[in-house]
Design a protein around this ligand. Structure first.
Ligand SMILES: [Fe+2]
Length: 467
Protein backbone atom coordinates (compact mmCIF):
# COMPACT_ATOMS: atom_id res chain seq x y z
CA UNK A 1 0.00 0.00 0.00
CA UNK A 2 2.82 2.34 1.04
CA UNK A 3 4.60 1.56 -2.24
CA UNK A 4 1.48 2.45 -4.23
CA UNK A 5 1.06 5.75 -2.38
CA UNK A 6 4.73 6.54 -2.91
CA UNK A 7 4.46 5.64 -6.62
CA UNK A 8 1.39 7.80 -7.02
CA UNK A 9 3.12 10.71 -5.23
CA UNK A 10 6.15 10.41 -7.51
CA UNK A 11 3.99 10.34 -10.66
CA UNK A 12 1.97 13.34 -9.40
CA UNK A 13 5.18 15.24 -8.61
CA UNK A 14 6.52 14.44 -12.08
CA UNK A 15 3.29 15.58 -13.72
CA UNK A 16 3.20 18.80 -11.69
CA UNK A 17 6.90 19.35 -12.33
CA UNK A 18 6.40 19.01 -16.07
CA UNK A 19 3.60 21.56 -16.16
CA UNK A 20 4.95 24.03 -13.62
CA UNK A 21 8.10 25.20 -15.31
CA UNK A 22 8.70 27.77 -17.98
CA UNK A 23 6.65 27.52 -21.13
CA UNK A 24 9.78 27.36 -23.26
CA UNK A 25 10.78 24.14 -21.48
CA UNK A 26 7.55 22.23 -21.19
CA UNK A 27 4.54 23.56 -23.07
CA UNK A 28 2.35 20.76 -24.40
CA UNK A 29 -0.10 22.51 -26.78
CA UNK A 30 -0.19 24.29 -30.10
CA UNK A 31 -1.59 27.77 -29.41
CA UNK A 32 -1.83 31.26 -30.82
CA UNK A 33 -1.16 33.24 -32.83
CA UNK A 34 -1.05 36.66 -31.23
CA UNK A 35 0.24 39.88 -32.62
CA UNK A 36 2.36 42.33 -30.64
CA UNK A 37 3.23 45.79 -31.90
CA UNK A 38 6.36 47.45 -30.56
CA UNK A 39 6.20 51.22 -30.88
CA UNK A 40 9.91 51.99 -30.51
CA UNK A 41 11.06 49.74 -33.35
CA UNK A 42 7.73 49.78 -35.22
CA UNK A 43 7.97 46.01 -35.26
CA UNK A 44 5.04 43.65 -35.55
CA UNK A 45 5.72 40.34 -33.82
CA UNK A 46 3.61 37.26 -34.53
CA UNK A 47 3.95 34.64 -31.80
CA UNK A 48 2.68 31.09 -31.46
CA UNK A 49 3.38 27.99 -29.38
CA UNK A 50 4.05 24.36 -30.22
CA UNK A 51 3.62 21.30 -28.06
CA UNK A 52 7.25 20.22 -28.45
CA UNK A 53 10.47 22.07 -29.12
CA UNK A 54 10.56 21.85 -32.91
CA UNK A 55 10.94 23.81 -36.11
CA UNK A 56 7.73 25.61 -37.03
CA UNK A 57 6.88 27.37 -40.27
CA UNK A 58 4.95 30.55 -40.98
CA UNK A 59 4.15 31.91 -44.44
CA UNK A 60 3.34 35.56 -44.96
CA UNK A 61 2.78 38.10 -47.69
CA UNK A 62 0.79 41.03 -48.96
CA UNK A 63 -1.89 38.90 -50.58
CA UNK A 64 -3.78 35.91 -49.13
CA UNK A 65 -3.25 34.15 -52.49
CA UNK A 66 0.46 34.75 -52.64
CA UNK A 67 2.15 34.13 -49.31
CA UNK A 68 5.58 34.24 -50.86
CA UNK A 69 7.64 34.62 -47.71
CA UNK A 70 8.53 31.66 -45.54
CA UNK A 71 10.10 31.72 -42.11
CA UNK A 72 11.09 28.69 -40.06
CA UNK A 73 11.39 29.23 -36.36
CA UNK A 74 13.95 26.75 -35.13
CA UNK A 75 13.74 24.14 -32.36
CA UNK A 76 11.59 25.96 -29.84
CA UNK A 77 8.16 25.98 -28.21
CA UNK A 78 7.72 29.75 -28.28
CA UNK A 79 7.96 30.94 -31.88
CA UNK A 80 8.16 34.49 -33.17
CA UNK A 81 8.26 36.15 -36.53
CA UNK A 82 9.35 39.79 -36.36
CA UNK A 83 8.33 42.04 -39.22
CA UNK A 84 9.75 45.54 -39.70
CA UNK A 85 9.22 48.30 -42.24
CA UNK A 86 5.62 47.35 -42.98
CA UNK A 87 3.64 49.88 -44.98
CA UNK A 88 1.13 51.72 -42.75
CA UNK A 89 -2.44 51.03 -43.80
CA UNK A 90 -1.50 47.94 -45.79
CA UNK A 91 -2.88 44.49 -44.92
CA UNK A 92 -0.57 41.55 -44.35
CA UNK A 93 -1.53 37.88 -44.39
CA UNK A 94 -0.06 34.93 -42.51
CA UNK A 95 -0.49 31.17 -42.26
CA UNK A 96 1.02 29.33 -39.31
CA UNK A 97 1.49 25.64 -40.07
CA UNK A 98 1.34 24.21 -36.57
CA UNK A 99 -1.90 25.62 -35.17
CA UNK A 100 -4.54 23.14 -34.06
CA UNK A 101 -7.26 25.58 -32.93
CA UNK A 102 -7.90 26.63 -36.51
CA UNK A 103 -8.38 24.68 -39.75
CA UNK A 104 -5.13 23.87 -41.54
CA UNK A 105 -4.08 26.74 -43.78
CA UNK A 106 -6.25 29.30 -41.95
CA UNK A 107 -5.23 32.76 -43.15
CA UNK A 108 -4.85 35.56 -40.59
CA UNK A 109 -4.70 39.17 -41.72
CA UNK A 110 -3.77 42.39 -40.01
CA UNK A 111 -3.56 46.06 -40.88
CA UNK A 112 -0.15 47.65 -40.31
CA UNK A 113 -1.83 50.90 -39.29
CA UNK A 114 -5.09 52.27 -38.00
CA UNK A 115 -8.14 53.44 -39.98
CA UNK A 116 -9.77 56.90 -39.68
CA UNK A 117 -12.23 55.47 -37.15
CA UNK A 118 -10.26 53.20 -34.85
CA UNK A 119 -11.94 50.79 -32.51
CA UNK A 120 -10.11 49.45 -29.45
CA UNK A 121 -11.62 46.68 -27.33
CA UNK A 122 -10.76 46.34 -23.65
CA UNK A 123 -11.26 43.06 -21.86
CA UNK A 124 -10.75 42.41 -18.17
CA UNK A 125 -10.04 39.33 -16.07
CA UNK A 126 -10.44 36.01 -17.89
CA UNK A 127 -9.04 33.53 -15.31
CA UNK A 128 -10.51 30.26 -16.52
CA UNK A 129 -10.86 27.67 -13.79
CA UNK A 130 -14.14 25.82 -14.39
CA UNK A 131 -16.46 24.62 -17.14
CA UNK A 132 -18.60 27.75 -16.64
CA UNK A 133 -15.71 30.21 -16.87
CA UNK A 134 -14.40 28.31 -19.92
CA UNK A 135 -17.76 28.83 -21.58
CA UNK A 136 -18.00 32.48 -20.52
CA UNK A 137 -14.48 33.25 -21.77
CA UNK A 138 -15.41 31.75 -25.15
CA UNK A 139 -18.58 33.86 -25.32
CA UNK A 140 -16.60 37.01 -24.49
CA UNK A 141 -13.90 36.15 -27.05
CA UNK A 142 -16.58 35.69 -29.71
CA UNK A 143 -18.02 39.09 -28.73
CA UNK A 144 -14.64 40.79 -29.16
CA UNK A 145 -14.07 39.08 -32.51
CA UNK A 146 -17.54 40.16 -33.69
CA UNK A 147 -16.58 43.79 -33.03
CA UNK A 148 -13.61 43.46 -35.42
CA UNK A 149 -11.57 45.90 -33.33
CA UNK A 150 -8.31 47.42 -34.58
CA UNK A 151 -6.54 46.63 -31.30
CA UNK A 152 -7.32 44.71 -28.11
CA UNK A 153 -6.20 45.63 -24.61
CA UNK A 154 -6.31 43.03 -21.85
CA UNK A 155 -6.12 44.36 -18.31
CA UNK A 156 -4.39 41.42 -16.62
CA UNK A 157 -5.36 38.11 -15.02
CA UNK A 158 -5.67 36.53 -18.42
CA UNK A 159 -4.33 33.38 -16.82
CA UNK A 160 -5.31 31.65 -13.57
CA UNK A 161 -2.02 29.97 -12.54
CA UNK A 162 0.95 31.25 -14.58
CA UNK A 163 3.26 28.33 -13.80
CA UNK A 164 0.67 25.78 -14.98
CA UNK A 165 1.01 25.48 -18.70
CA UNK A 166 -2.49 24.08 -19.03
CA UNK A 167 -3.74 27.29 -17.44
CA UNK A 168 -2.15 29.34 -20.25
CA UNK A 169 -3.55 26.91 -22.80
CA UNK A 170 -7.15 27.25 -21.63
CA UNK A 171 -6.88 31.07 -21.79
CA UNK A 172 -4.92 31.32 -25.03
CA UNK A 173 -7.33 28.98 -26.80
CA UNK A 174 -10.42 31.26 -26.76
CA UNK A 175 -8.48 34.52 -26.97
CA UNK A 176 -6.77 33.29 -30.16
CA UNK A 177 -10.11 34.10 -31.80
CA UNK A 178 -9.07 37.76 -31.79
CA UNK A 179 -5.36 38.06 -30.91
CA UNK A 180 -3.93 37.11 -34.32
CA UNK A 181 -5.41 39.88 -36.42
CA UNK A 182 -4.72 43.10 -34.54
CA UNK A 183 -2.20 44.28 -31.93
CA UNK A 184 -2.79 42.70 -28.55
CA UNK A 185 -1.73 44.60 -25.42
CA UNK A 186 -1.67 42.37 -22.35
CA UNK A 187 -0.97 43.34 -18.73
CA UNK A 188 0.71 41.76 -15.75
CA UNK A 189 -2.07 41.27 -13.20
CA UNK A 190 -1.63 39.55 -9.86
CA UNK A 191 -2.24 36.19 -11.49
CA UNK A 192 0.49 36.66 -14.12
CA UNK A 193 2.71 37.54 -11.15
CA UNK A 194 1.60 34.82 -8.72
CA UNK A 195 5.16 33.53 -8.27
CA UNK A 196 6.62 36.99 -8.24
CA UNK A 197 8.55 36.84 -11.48
CA UNK A 198 6.08 36.86 -14.39
CA UNK A 199 8.54 34.66 -16.27
CA UNK A 200 5.97 33.15 -18.59
CA UNK A 201 4.20 36.47 -19.13
CA UNK A 202 7.47 38.02 -20.33
CA UNK A 203 8.28 34.97 -22.42
CA UNK A 204 4.93 35.06 -24.17
CA UNK A 205 4.37 38.77 -24.71
CA UNK A 206 7.33 40.77 -26.08
CA UNK A 207 5.84 44.20 -25.42
CA UNK A 208 7.87 47.38 -25.49
CA UNK A 209 8.62 47.11 -21.77
CA UNK A 210 10.13 50.11 -19.96
CA UNK A 211 13.35 48.14 -19.43
CA UNK A 212 14.76 44.63 -19.69
CA UNK A 213 13.42 43.77 -16.21
CA UNK A 214 10.21 45.81 -16.30
CA UNK A 215 6.77 44.32 -16.74
CA UNK A 216 5.08 47.64 -17.61
CA UNK A 217 5.06 49.60 -20.82
CA UNK A 218 3.34 52.33 -22.77
CA UNK A 219 1.94 52.38 -26.28
CA UNK A 220 0.31 54.68 -28.78
CA UNK A 221 -2.75 54.08 -30.91
CA UNK A 222 -3.29 56.97 -33.30
CA UNK A 223 -3.55 60.10 -31.13
CA UNK A 224 -4.17 58.13 -27.92
CA UNK A 225 -1.46 57.22 -25.42
CA UNK A 226 -1.80 54.34 -22.98
CA UNK A 227 0.20 53.39 -19.91
CA UNK A 228 -0.08 49.70 -19.12
CA UNK A 229 0.91 49.30 -15.46
CA UNK A 230 2.01 46.19 -13.59
CA UNK A 231 0.01 45.52 -10.43
CA UNK A 232 2.74 43.54 -8.63
CA UNK A 233 6.22 44.62 -9.74
CA UNK A 234 7.31 45.19 -6.11
CA UNK A 235 5.74 42.10 -4.54
CA UNK A 236 2.19 40.84 -4.44
CA UNK A 237 -0.26 43.71 -5.09
CA UNK A 238 2.54 46.26 -4.67
CA UNK A 239 3.59 48.84 -7.23
CA UNK A 240 7.23 49.97 -7.04
CA UNK A 241 8.36 53.56 -6.59
CA UNK A 242 10.39 53.06 -9.75
CA UNK A 243 7.24 52.26 -11.73
CA UNK A 244 5.40 55.25 -10.21
CA UNK A 245 8.26 57.56 -11.26
CA UNK A 246 8.30 56.05 -14.74
CA UNK A 247 4.53 56.66 -15.05
CA UNK A 248 4.98 60.36 -14.27
CA UNK A 249 7.76 60.61 -16.87
CA UNK A 250 5.49 58.94 -19.43
CA UNK A 251 2.71 61.42 -18.64
CA UNK A 252 5.15 64.30 -19.15
CA UNK A 253 6.27 62.79 -22.48
CA UNK A 254 2.65 62.38 -23.58
CA UNK A 255 2.08 66.09 -22.90
CA UNK A 256 5.24 67.03 -24.82
CA UNK A 257 4.07 64.90 -27.73
CA UNK A 258 0.67 66.63 -27.65
CA UNK A 259 -1.16 63.34 -27.36
CA UNK A 260 -4.85 64.11 -27.58
CA UNK A 261 -6.02 61.27 -25.34
CA UNK A 262 -4.17 59.76 -22.40
CA UNK A 263 -5.32 56.68 -20.51
CA UNK A 264 -3.89 54.72 -17.60
CA UNK A 265 -4.49 50.97 -17.41
CA UNK A 266 -4.09 49.37 -13.99
CA UNK A 267 -5.10 45.85 -13.08
CA UNK A 268 -5.75 46.54 -9.36
CA UNK A 269 -8.95 47.74 -7.70
CA UNK A 270 -8.19 51.38 -7.14
CA UNK A 271 -11.69 52.19 -5.90
CA UNK A 272 -14.21 49.49 -5.15
CA UNK A 273 -17.75 49.23 -3.88
CA UNK A 274 -17.40 45.47 -3.61
CA UNK A 275 -16.35 44.14 -0.22
CA UNK A 276 -12.70 43.79 -1.22
CA UNK A 277 -9.66 45.55 0.19
CA UNK A 278 -8.73 48.43 -2.10
CA UNK A 279 -5.30 49.43 -3.35
CA UNK A 280 -5.17 52.53 -1.14
CA UNK A 281 -1.38 52.88 -1.38
CA UNK A 282 -1.64 53.22 -5.15
CA UNK A 283 -4.74 55.43 -4.86
CA UNK A 284 -2.72 57.97 -2.84
CA UNK A 285 -0.31 58.76 -5.67
CA UNK A 286 -2.13 57.63 -8.80
CA UNK A 287 -5.27 59.75 -8.27
CA UNK A 288 -3.31 63.02 -7.76
CA UNK A 289 -1.12 62.10 -10.76
CA UNK A 290 -4.12 61.38 -13.00
CA UNK A 291 -5.58 64.71 -11.90
CA UNK A 292 -2.34 66.71 -12.30
CA UNK A 293 -1.85 65.51 -15.87
CA UNK A 294 -5.60 65.58 -16.55
CA UNK A 295 -5.71 62.08 -18.00
CA UNK A 296 -8.81 61.18 -19.95
CA UNK A 297 -9.58 58.03 -18.03
CA UNK A 298 -8.30 55.21 -15.88
CA UNK A 299 -9.30 51.61 -16.58
CA UNK A 300 -8.89 49.14 -13.73
CA UNK A 301 -9.50 45.42 -13.28
CA UNK A 302 -9.25 42.74 -10.57
CA UNK A 303 -12.62 43.20 -8.85
CA UNK A 304 -14.72 40.99 -11.10
CA UNK A 305 -17.60 43.11 -12.35
CA UNK A 306 -18.33 46.52 -13.82
CA UNK A 307 -18.15 49.84 -11.88
CA UNK A 308 -17.87 53.47 -12.90
CA UNK A 309 -16.84 56.65 -11.02
CA UNK A 310 -16.38 60.28 -12.00
CA UNK A 311 -14.06 61.65 -9.35
CA UNK A 312 -13.24 65.35 -9.19
CA UNK A 313 -10.27 65.10 -6.86
CA UNK A 314 -10.40 67.71 -4.10
CA UNK A 315 -14.04 68.70 -4.69
CA UNK A 316 -14.67 68.03 -1.00
CA UNK A 317 -11.40 69.64 0.18
CA UNK A 318 -9.94 66.24 1.03
CA UNK A 319 -6.45 65.62 -0.33
CA UNK A 320 -4.18 62.60 -0.29
CA UNK A 321 -1.19 64.93 0.08
CA UNK A 322 -1.19 68.34 1.74
CA UNK A 323 0.69 69.96 -1.13
CA UNK A 324 -1.64 68.74 -3.93
CA UNK A 325 -3.37 71.39 -6.03
CA UNK A 326 -6.34 69.58 -7.61
CA UNK A 327 -7.68 70.77 -10.93
CA UNK A 328 -11.29 69.99 -9.97
CA UNK A 329 -11.72 68.17 -13.27
CA UNK A 330 -13.85 65.02 -13.19
CA UNK A 331 -11.73 62.04 -14.20
CA UNK A 332 -13.58 58.89 -15.28
CA UNK A 333 -12.52 55.65 -13.60
CA UNK A 334 -13.84 52.40 -14.97
CA UNK A 335 -13.49 49.02 -13.29
CA UNK A 336 -13.82 46.57 -16.15
CA UNK A 337 -12.85 43.25 -14.65
CA UNK A 338 -15.11 40.56 -16.03
CA UNK A 339 -13.92 39.02 -19.31
CA UNK A 340 -15.01 35.51 -18.38
CA UNK A 341 -13.85 35.19 -14.76
CA UNK A 342 -16.25 34.27 -11.93
CA UNK A 343 -17.95 37.45 -10.73
CA UNK A 344 -17.62 38.99 -7.25
CA UNK A 345 -21.07 37.65 -6.41
CA UNK A 346 -19.29 34.31 -6.03
CA UNK A 347 -16.97 35.81 -3.41
CA UNK A 348 -19.53 37.10 -0.89
CA UNK A 349 -20.70 40.33 -2.54
CA UNK A 350 -24.21 39.78 -1.18
CA UNK A 351 -23.11 38.38 2.17
CA UNK A 352 -20.59 40.51 4.00
CA UNK A 353 -19.27 44.04 4.49
CA UNK A 354 -15.70 45.32 4.43
CA UNK A 355 -14.41 48.20 6.49
CA UNK A 356 -11.54 50.35 5.38
CA UNK A 357 -10.11 53.75 6.22
CA UNK A 358 -7.86 56.30 4.61
CA UNK A 359 -5.96 59.29 5.98
CA UNK A 360 -6.59 62.50 4.08
CA UNK A 361 -5.66 66.13 4.55
CA UNK A 362 -8.61 68.46 4.97
CA UNK A 363 -7.61 71.78 3.45
CA UNK A 364 -10.55 73.51 5.15
CA UNK A 365 -9.46 72.59 8.66
CA UNK A 366 -5.77 72.29 7.82
CA UNK A 367 -5.63 68.92 9.58
CA UNK A 368 -5.31 65.26 8.73
CA UNK A 369 -8.55 63.30 8.92
CA UNK A 370 -9.33 59.61 9.05
CA UNK A 371 -12.05 58.73 6.57
CA UNK A 372 -13.84 55.56 7.68
CA UNK A 373 -15.18 53.59 4.74
CA UNK A 374 -17.89 50.95 4.72
CA UNK A 375 -18.03 48.79 1.62
CA UNK A 376 -21.37 47.22 2.38
CA UNK A 377 -22.87 44.08 0.93
CA UNK A 378 -25.06 44.56 -2.13
CA UNK A 379 -28.82 44.13 -1.92
CA UNK A 380 -29.70 40.67 -3.26
CA UNK A 381 -33.13 41.93 -4.32
CA UNK A 382 -31.70 44.51 -6.70
CA UNK A 383 -30.99 42.74 -9.94
CA UNK A 384 -31.82 43.02 -13.61
CA UNK A 385 -33.51 39.79 -14.54
CA UNK A 386 -31.83 37.88 -17.34
CA UNK A 387 -32.61 34.43 -15.90
CA UNK A 388 -34.03 33.37 -19.24
CA UNK A 389 -30.45 33.44 -20.56
CA UNK A 390 -28.01 32.28 -17.91
CA UNK A 391 -24.94 32.84 -20.06
CA UNK A 392 -25.90 36.41 -20.88
CA UNK A 393 -23.09 37.88 -18.86
CA UNK A 394 -23.25 35.60 -15.84
CA UNK A 395 -21.70 32.27 -15.10
CA UNK A 396 -22.11 30.78 -11.60
CA UNK A 397 -24.09 31.99 -8.57
CA UNK A 398 -27.00 34.22 -9.44
CA UNK A 399 -26.80 33.18 -13.08
CA UNK A 400 -29.09 35.50 -14.96
CA UNK A 401 -29.44 37.88 -12.02
CA UNK A 402 -27.40 40.95 -12.85
CA UNK A 403 -27.03 42.47 -9.37
CA UNK A 404 -26.57 46.19 -9.69
CA UNK A 405 -25.45 49.09 -7.55
CA UNK A 406 -27.17 52.33 -8.52
CA UNK A 407 -26.40 54.84 -5.74
CA UNK A 408 -29.30 57.04 -6.82
CA UNK A 409 -31.60 54.15 -5.82
CA UNK A 410 -29.64 52.61 -2.95
CA UNK A 411 -26.04 53.20 -1.94
CA UNK A 412 -24.01 50.41 -0.33
CA UNK A 413 -20.71 52.17 0.04
CA UNK A 414 -20.08 55.13 2.36
CA UNK A 415 -17.73 57.05 0.08
CA UNK A 416 -19.79 56.75 -3.10
CA UNK A 417 -20.55 60.45 -3.07
CA UNK A 418 -16.96 61.50 -2.39
CA UNK A 419 -15.61 59.38 -5.22
CA UNK A 420 -18.47 60.16 -7.62
CA UNK A 421 -19.65 56.58 -7.97
CA UNK A 422 -22.21 56.34 -10.76
CA UNK A 423 -23.10 52.73 -11.45
CA UNK A 424 -22.00 49.12 -10.98
CA UNK A 425 -23.26 45.81 -12.29
CA UNK A 426 -22.31 42.20 -11.83
CA UNK A 427 -21.93 41.09 -15.37
CA UNK A 428 -19.35 39.84 -17.83
CA UNK A 429 -18.70 42.57 -20.34
CA UNK A 430 -16.10 44.32 -22.46
CA UNK A 431 -15.46 47.96 -23.25
CA UNK A 432 -14.81 49.90 -26.44
CA UNK A 433 -12.82 53.04 -27.13
CA UNK A 434 -13.62 54.45 -30.54
CA UNK A 435 -11.36 57.22 -31.81
CA UNK A 436 -12.25 59.52 -34.66
CA UNK A 437 -10.97 63.00 -35.51
CA UNK A 438 -11.27 64.91 -32.23
CA UNK A 439 -13.78 62.51 -30.71
CA UNK A 440 -13.43 59.62 -28.31
CA UNK A 441 -16.45 57.41 -27.72
CA UNK A 442 -16.25 55.00 -24.77
CA UNK A 443 -18.82 52.33 -23.92
CA UNK A 444 -19.35 49.22 -21.80
CA UNK A 445 -21.00 46.32 -23.61
CA UNK A 446 -22.73 43.06 -22.86
CA UNK A 447 -21.69 39.99 -24.81
CA UNK A 448 -24.28 40.72 -27.53
CA UNK A 449 -22.84 44.21 -28.07
CA UNK A 450 -25.64 46.06 -26.27
CA UNK A 451 -24.67 48.94 -23.98
CA UNK A 452 -25.00 48.42 -20.20
CA UNK A 453 -27.77 50.84 -19.22
CA UNK A 454 -28.93 50.07 -15.68
CA UNK A 455 -32.25 48.71 -14.38
CA UNK A 456 -34.29 51.69 -15.62
CA UNK A 457 -32.25 52.22 -18.79
CA UNK A 458 -31.27 55.62 -17.41
CA UNK A 459 -27.59 54.82 -16.81
CA UNK A 460 -26.27 54.11 -20.30
CA UNK A 461 -22.58 53.38 -19.89
CA UNK A 462 -21.39 55.29 -22.92
CA UNK A 463 -19.80 58.68 -23.35
CA UNK A 464 -18.54 60.87 -26.16
CA UNK A 465 -15.61 63.15 -25.34
CA UNK A 466 -14.55 65.87 -27.72
CA UNK A 467 -11.37 67.92 -28.00
FE1 LIG B 1 -6.62 40.24 -10.21
Amino acid sequence: MKKRVLGFTIILAMLLGSCMSSIEKSYAFNDGPWLIKQDASEKYIISWLTSTARDSTIYWGESPYDLKNKFVSEKARVHRLELSNLAPGKYYYTVVEDLTNFPKGHVFSFNAGYPARTKIAIIGDVQIRTIQTTKMAKIMAESIEREKPDAVIQLGDLVEVPRFNTSWHVSLKPTALYTGERPFYSAAGNHEQINGDAVNYKQLFPHDFASEEATYYSFTIKDAFFIQMDFCDDGYEKVSKKQAEWIEQELIKAKERNMKWVFILFHGNLFDTHPLKRQSDVQKWLVPLADKYEVDGVFTGHSHGYQFWEYAYGHDDLLYNKEDKPTGKKIPYWCTAAGGAALRVNYGLLNFDTNDSIEMFNRKTGEMETIEILQGKWNSKKFIDYRDNKYYGQPFIGAGKHFYHDPSIESYCSDNERLGFVYGEQTSHYMLIELEEGKCHISARYSDGKVLSGPNKDKPQEWTFEK
